[in-house]
Design a protein around this ligand. Structure first.
Ligand SMILES: NC(=O)CC(=O)C(=O)O
Length: 296
């Protein structure tokens, strides 16, 4: 039987120090991506909102227009910078996320662009679940005050390696999305994300490990580093989890790169030991995702 990951591959998560200076963020991201690829990474991930501060008041100011695709350099300098960088480095680049403005509707989205090694755009994911929380005395954040949600699950085929899924931050809290991607054959679920000091300590690692454990796939969570002078304090702790829910690598709150080898055959090994796939009882829960098995 074909293995989900066609060959072992090095994954790098760049926990970038993100500032209010977009041009600086882009050139800094470039140097870190090149550092990771020189060390052998073939799939590289940037954090959520890597080229702007994270906050509803910043989204309109930093938003770029991505449609019609490809946008002009003026409409989206980030699109062009990421495309050129993926090509220069010869890697699959999951470009974190950026605030996007859809010109036709004037709606804003939190959007992730994935490029292939020839600089070609492979996928666009608009954050499906907006980060709306209110924990008294701790944190109130309402993305929906300015953002609109995306409406699709994003699965990307990397011909040499297999299938990955890309979603953004709060999306990780919704197991349905991860489950469907895994049933469709993804070997890796990637979440550019920016949890905070309240939810990060409680749920960041738990969410990553839970999605890996439930689905027996690799999971990567990629955060900005923490800046206590910024308005939003990111949790950091970018991490890679293996299909047995073991943490393969995790940073602290400072800037850095998590480099991990994803091993061909590991998913199948874990699934052989704990064969959830063949033990599911669709007769007991026929409405749950039976139709999502297979590769289409
Ligand atoms: N920033 C997010 O989208 C999500 C988050 O911080 C959380 O779920 O907690």
């Amino acid at each position: 039987m074909a293995q989900l990951l066609k060959q072992s591959v090095k994954l790098a998560l760049i926990q970038l120090a993100c500032t209010a200076d977009k041009a600086h963020n882009l050139s800094h991201a470039r140097s870190k991506v090149l550092e990771a690829t020189k060390a052998g990474a073939k799939i590289v991930v940037l954090p959520e909102c890597f080229n702007s501060p994270y906050g509803t008041k910043f989204f309109p100011q930093y938003a770029e227009t991505l449609l019609p695709s490809p946008p002009t350099e003026k409409q989206s300098p980030t699109f062009h910078a990421l495309s050129q960088l993926a090509k220069e480095a010869g890697v699959y680049l999951v470009g974190g996320s950026i605030p996007e403005r859809e010109d036709s509707s004037d709606k804003l989205f939190n959007t992730s662009l994935t490029f292939g090694p020839r600089g070609e755009l492979l996928a666009t994911h608009r954050k499906v679940h907006l980060f709306d929380i209110d924990i008294p005395g701790k944190i109130r954040f309402k993305e929906s005050e300015v953002l609109s949600p995306g409406n699709k699950i994003t699965i990307v085929d990397l011909p040499e390696y297999g299938r990955i899924a890309v979603a953004i931050c709060y999306d990780v809290r919704f197991p349905e999305l991860a489950m469907i991607a895994a049933r469709k054959g993804a070997f890796l679920l990637l979440y550019p994300g920016a949890f905070n000091l309240t939810t990060g300590a409680l749920h960041w690692e738990l969410q990553g490990r839970a999605r890996a454990m439930d689905n027996q796939v690799y999971v990567g969570l990629c955060s900005p580093s923490r800046d206590m002078t910024a308005e939003y304090h990111a949790w950091g702790h970018s991490m890679v989890v293996d299909p047995n829910a073991e943490v393969l690598g995790q940073l602290d709150e400072k800037e850095g790169i998590v480099m991990t080898e994803l091993i061909q055959g590991r998913i199948e090994e874990v699934r052989k030991g704990i064969p959830l796939e063949t033990q599911r009882r669709f007769d007991v829960y026929p409405d749950v995702s039976r139709g999502f098995r297979g590769t289409e």
